[in-house]
Design a protein. Structure first.
Length: 238
């Protein structure tokens, strides 16, 4: 039994009942997306005009980021909304909103991919401004969507999906090849878990070989990836 992880769009509630909430893993993924998309506009704005090497590195990261969100939303579309409509018909308006928001985010991500390719050619300052503004917009759209989903959809999905169906969704996610480095994603997920619960989360969610690999090499790779994404932070610590 665990305490429900609070929505990333709302403060933690006190006195929440202890429940088994399979959607908590979705909330952790949402936290990771909030962090990545919240940081993305600043990464682009910090690139010196003409620094094509840095722009190329960030272009690869941003394409991975858009692909990751597309993959996440496709899985939700495939596994969540039809079942929620069938088993909780009164929530049809919420399902319709989720579908509209997914389409809006998808359209914004497609625009970002085009802008990323154009900007990466020469690290042009004007294109950087357009790209950063587009990233600001998707961050705002995504923030609203995640809060709505966590408030209106995830509690219903916890009620209407069986453990076998949650297991099916998890197995599907594990078969997908991640578009960003594995240990970067794992480190971000672990950072999204409250520190007091992190060891228990690792023991519960990660097989022993993966826990060992993360301790031996994964954590260092994660920290190295963060230093490449945020070199100014590493410089401040030196």
């Amino acid at each position: 039994m665990t305490t429900r992880i609070p929505s990333t769009g709302a403060p933690a509630s006190t006195g929440a009942p202890a429940t088994t909430c399979r959607s908590d893993e979705v909330v952790l993924i949402h936290r990771m997306f909030r962090r990545l998309y919240g940081e993305a506009p600043g990464l682009v704005r910090d690139v010196v005009p003409g620094d094509v090497r840095r722009a190329a590195f960030l272009a690869h990261h941003l394409h991975g980021l858009t692909a990751l969100l597309h993959t996440h939303h496709r899985a939700e579309d495939d596994f969540f909304w039809d079942r929620m409509t069938e088993r909780a018909p009164a929530c049809g308006l919420h399902v319709a909103l989720m579908r509209r928001q997914h389409q809006a985010v998808s359209d914004q991500l497609d625009e970002i991919d085009v802008l990323v390719d154009a900007w990466a050619v020469a690290a042009d300052a004007a294109l950087a401004t357009r790209l950063a503004e587009a990233l600001d917009e998707v961050d705002a759209t995504l923030g609203e969507h995640l809060a709505d989903e966590e408030r209106d959809a995830l509690p219903v999905l916890d009620a209407v999906l069986s453990d076998a169906e949650w297991d099916e969704i998890e197995a599907h996610a594990q078969r997908e090849k991640p578009p960003l480095p594995l240990f970067l994603l794992l480190g971000l997920m672990m950072d999204a878990v409250p520190e007091s619960e992190r060891a228990a989360w690792m023991a519960r969610e990660l097989p022993a070989p993966m826990r060992l690999a993360y301790r031996l090499v994964g954590r260092r790779q994660y920290e190295r990836a963060l230093r490449r994404l945020h070199p100014e932070r590493a410089a401040e610590r030196d």
